[in-house]
Design a protein around this ligand. Structure first.
Ligand code: PEP
Length: 252
């Protein structure tokens, strides 16, 4: 396993409904994390909650993430949120290309544009990749390779090293159908091999890899120890402070 600080990212999606609940959840998470620097804990509330949650976690070691961003830093784009606005709120990480956004039409090209604007403004992109299903012929590996290649077409080695790649098989997201340790380990090796081919070994080793898809307190330790990724992107289990804390503890 690489000797990097593990990263645990909580993707709150469109939850919770109220600001009060979002603030309470962020306080509970920050309290449990105390001043610990390892693993790096990141929470991604929905846009309306970013500002208040950001204020509540400001003095903690928990970092703030957004769930998406627009490609343009400013301008007349009704309904969009810019990287400059996110930066102003203290956002440090931005999730891009989540399968739920790709399902709404986000393409690899759009993901790449977003990654570039995020890096240009010195924030950290968390790029989600993953297959919808696994076929007998293992063609899904080609899709993963294509997703990585589209990044390599626009990002030089110095830039890809700053990207976090989250492998999230769509069939595992929100289904309780977690990938096996063998699946995760195999994908870690595959992604590193593809990145080595697209860049070089030293660059490939510097790209942080996360696993996401039904990570729970019960499976986190084994997935972390034997899956060889450097942390998790957590959806459902990040909405309960106790469960999220147990996942954090499992990689500590
Ligand atoms: C996600 O939405 O990125 C995710 C991994 O969700 P869950 O943990 O609920 O599967």
């Amino acid at each position: 396993m690489k000797q990097t600080v593990p990263l645990i990212v909580g993707n709150w999606k469109m939850n919770p409904v109220t600001m009060a609940d979002a603030v309470a959840l962020s306080i509970a998470i920050a309290r449990k994390q105390k001043t610990a620097l390892e693993p790096q804990v990141v929470i991604a509330p929905s846009f309306p909650h970013l500002s208040e949650v950001g204020k509540k976690i400001k003095k903690s070691t928990v970092a703030l993430a957004a769930q998406d961003v627009y490609t343009q830093p400013l301008g007349p784009f009704t309904g969009e949120v810019s990287i400059t606005q996110l930066k102003d709120l203290g956002v440090q990480y931005v999730i891009v290309g989540h399968s739920e956004r790709r399902a709404l039409g986000e393409t690899d090209e759009l993901v790449c544009e977003k990654v570039q604007v995020i890096l240009k403004h010195q924030l950290i992109p968390i790029v989600c990749i993953g297959e919808r299903e696994r076929d007998e012929q293992a063609n899904f590996f080609t899709l993963i390779e294509d997703q990585l290649r589209s990044l390599a077409e626009v990002l030089p080695a110095a830039a890809i090293k700053k990207v976090v790649v989250a492998y999230e098989p769509i069939w595992a997201i929100g289904t309780g159908n977690t990938a096996t340790v063998e699946d995760v380990k195999e994908m870690q090796l595959f992604i590193e091999t593809v990145l080595t081919k697209l860049y070089d070994r030293s660059t490939a080793r510097k790209v942080r890899l996360l696993y996401g898809g039904s990570v729970k307190p019960e499976n986190a330790a084994l997935l972390h120890q034997e899956g060889d990724m450097e942390g998790f992107l957590v959806g459902g289990a990040s909405l309960k402070a106790e469960d999220f804390a147990a996942i954090i503890k499992a990689v500590s």
